[in-house]
Ligand binder design. Structure first.
Ligand SMILES: [Zn+2]
Length: 212
């Protein structure tokens, strides 16, 4: 049989490698391979290449798996951080609201005695003391705290929030009445002050003669 050229064998090698050639071709190729190191080498190269391809595909699959895992964990992290972010934002809102509320609504600041005047103090027949409170600045007093001590001193402390509100419906302004008996709570009131024990204006004291 005439020697087949290496080019022809190498053209057929892929078919042989994939096991899709005819029996006759197979025999021909194997005969040639047995005596031709060049074509043997070519077949080995094909095997190596396939191996590399296979390994590459495997590693690509692995990479893909990894990427997918990473992507999903990033997604999870994102979700978590979104919740965290929302929680944090809500917390800040709450703190700000709390701060605003306490500054505006909490009547914790005492009005200094220099900011108001007491006038027209008088006593009604039933003992009720009447007086006028006039706040000299333009801010509301929304709350008056009552307190008394052992000596029978009674204090009416006007309070304001730290952020003051402009006058709208002042309760401290104008005419006020104070019923000694109703407010005594079982303990005799000997003196009545407007302000706090540290900073107060005396309205009435036991023994003081008031116009009726
Ligand atoms: Zn050959």
């Amino acid at each position: 049989m005439k020697e087949i050229h290496c080019d022809v064998i190498q053209d057929l090698l892929p078919l042989y490698y994939d096991d899709v050639c005819s029996k006759e071709t197979e025999i021909l190729i194997e005969k040639h391979l047995a005596s031709c190191p060049v074509c043997q080498k070519e077949l080995e190269n094909m095997q190596d290449t396939t191996e590399i391809l296979h390994v590459e595909m495997e590693s690509r699959k692995q990479d893909e798996k990894m990427m997918r895992k990473m992507a999903s964990s990033i997604q999870k992290m994102k979700k978590k951080s979104t919740y965290k972010g929302m929680g944090f934002a809500a917390l800040i809102c709450l703190v700000l609201f709390g701060a605003y509320y306490s500054l505006v609504e909490w009547d914790i600041q005492q009005v200094q005695s220099s900011h108001f005047t007491i006038s027209n103090v008088a006593q009604l027949e039933n003992g009720t003391i009447t007086y006028n409170v006039n706040f000299l600045d333009d801010y509301d007093v929304m709350r008056v705290k009552y307190s008394s001590d052992e000596k029978g001193n009674f204090y009416m402390t006007p309070l304001r929030p730290i952020i003051k509100m402009k006058k709208q419906h002042p309760i401290g302004d104008g005419h006020e009445e104070f019923n000694l008996e109703n407010m005594s709570n079982g303990k005799e009131i000997k003196a009545l002050y407007y302000g706090s024990p540290d900073d107060a204006v005396l309205i009435w004291k036991k023994g003081m003669q008031l116009p009726e």
